[in-house]
Design a protein around this ligand. Sequence first.
Ligand SMILES: Cc1cc2nc3c(=O)[nH]c(=O)nc-3n(C[C@H](O)[C@H](O)[C@H](O)COP(=O)(O)OP(=O)(O)OC[C@H]3O[C@@H](n4cnc5c(N)ncnc54)[C@H](O)[C@@H]3O)c2cc1C
Length: 665
Amino acid sequence: RSLYSPDDPLELLSADTAERRLLGSPSAWAVEFFASWCGHCIHFAPTWRALAEDVREWRPAVMLAALDCADEANQQVCADFGITGFPTLKFFRAFSKKAEDGIRIAHPAATVADLRRAIITNLEQSGDAWPPACPPLEPARDSHPISQRGDRFQVALDLLQYENVAVRRVLSSEEELVEQFGVTTFPSAYLLLRNGSFSRLPVHAEARSFYTYYLRTLSGVTRGSYRLNITGSAVNESRALQPLQADRSKVYVADLESTLHYTLRVEAGRPAVLAGAQLGALKCYVATLAKVDFLGGFGLEVLMVVPTRSRPSVLQASPAAVLPTNITWVGCRGSEPHFRGYPCGLWTVFHLLTIQAAQGGPDQELPLEVLSTMRCYVKHFFGCQECAQHFEAMAAKSMDQVKGRDEAVLWLWSHHNEVNARLAGGDTEDPQFPKLQWPPPDMCPQCHREQRGVHTWDEAAVLSFLKERFSPGNLLLDHAVPIPRAGAEAAASTRLSTAGLREKEEEEERKEEEKETEKPDREGETGRPGSSELRRPSIVRRNPRLQAVGEDIVDLDSFSEQHFKSKALRAAGRHRRLSKRDTVALHHDGGWERLQAPESREEAEEGGLRRSPWLRVLGLGFSRLDVSLCIALYFLSSMCLLGMYTFFRLRTRARKGRPGFFPAA
Ligand SMILES: Cc1cc2nc3c(=O)[nH]c(=O)nc-3n(C[C@H](O)[C@H](O)[C@H](O)COP(=O)(O)OP(=O)(O)OC[C@H]3O[C@@H](n4cnc5c(N)ncnc54)[C@H](O)[C@@H]3O)c2cc1C
């Protein structure tokens, strides 16, 4: 099942319906914005469902709804409603005009009773926005605290859909009525009939459910014509995922790519403004991806981020890019849509990053940098807010004490296991993928030891297991989105060893250089149609319009250019083609070239930023535009000189031909 199904008594909103239903509505709405992968949303779903059941009779005065912000189709609408974390609960008064009118209902960990009270409190404060279907709940002189009054409003709301009965409240302060009915205890309920007779309701307890039940059973009281409007969208319908054959000893590139797609296009695209610490966190993340030899040769060209103040973030600006635009979970695929997926992918990406950072190059600090990048990323972008808080608490305790590169790998491993232990047996656990202390004995027997009957880990064995597991040779390309290429070659590329990849890559680079030398005027073109050598676009493109904006928006283009200068130089040394616009061209496999967006081709050509080989050899840093201008100026000045020369020459000749100035004697 998805978190909610059409059987639940709430409306499942979508991008098409959210604004239409919530804004300008004669009903008040309580909405949960959730992400189906988020553990705390999974915990919270039964409470929201129970609340929906509890207040189902309050329709159409008060409606309950839910919107899945993890669904990429809903990304924009969730951003419009200012949703940055999950679950977020908002109350919309009737006739709310703007998305910002939603009032946050604090504390999603609240009980059904707390939430019901929060709805009533907000309803009471509706003033002019009183839902027409809602009975008048607020007597003129009510000195009781709102929390107490709220409990008693509920009966009136519970009877909303019933005809031939009206519920009114009388306060103890209304002495005349109290006296007329002979009321002695508060609260108590009286039934007043049309003929003027009245009697106290014979209920066992002066409580909401007793009153409601009794009133509904009265003769003549019937349910009105209002029908529950269960409008489950097809997208949200319960569905089990088709199982994909996944080898659990492998790491799938499809999972890594899907995670990058989700982190960069969805999570980082959510804030209205990227600035300050949040922008810093994104820069770190991008920088780490570029710095670590991420995917070890599996064709990721990282990465341009463009300054933005507007939310349709640059991260979405390039429709076709290196990463696929859809999500395919393979190793991280859950048995149902709300299990596993993105959080699984995020753990996997960070394990891979720490291990690759620990293994590659002389930079001792890099694995520690990866850990702090993960900490920053989770703090600023991970949509599951409570997960992020838990992780931050763990990190604050011990992350600073990590000194060495192997220690960094083991820190992440052991803390991931701590999370596994906390979540084991809970409702976020996919029954088909129980949360274990990892790696389990069948995956790594040598990792486990027993000393006097007590289990211990052999950390050295764990470390080498992790290094092997997250080595480039253990990455599988299955189910990732392929780019068409020659049949046999494509088949062969489904799984390549690191060595194979690197050889292939070098060969392709050689070929590429040769082609560039042969056809300098084709520089900037993205490849031959049908060939596997399309130049890959960067994930995110420069958007010149956005560059004029504010000071605290950092141009990550120049940031990364500076940051990775040394890396770029090294790459250039290895005959990498490195354009000014591509931050770092990492290893690539020809079979993994992504289709390039046409606009990025145009952009590259228009900007004239790609230099032809001979200019690069000269190292002059001129673009083709510069050179064209030089030639044009040179030509113009030559023409000018020629003109002047001809003019003076003609004048001299003319003078010689004329009679002298002095008259003949
Ligand atoms: C930073 C972070 C904090 C989170 N906090 C919470 C939370 O507070 N509450 C909540 O409900 N959910 C939380 N989650 C989600 C939760 O940890 C799982 O990611 C999610 O439930 C999916 O679980 P899974 O079964 O796919 O395995 P995951 O735990 O996601 O693991 C993914 C894969 O990594 C491998 N793996 C497992 N353990 C280890 C390990 N110790 N070392 C290396 N590899 C390992 C396995 O192959 C596994 O399939 C958090 C996720 C992240 C990224």
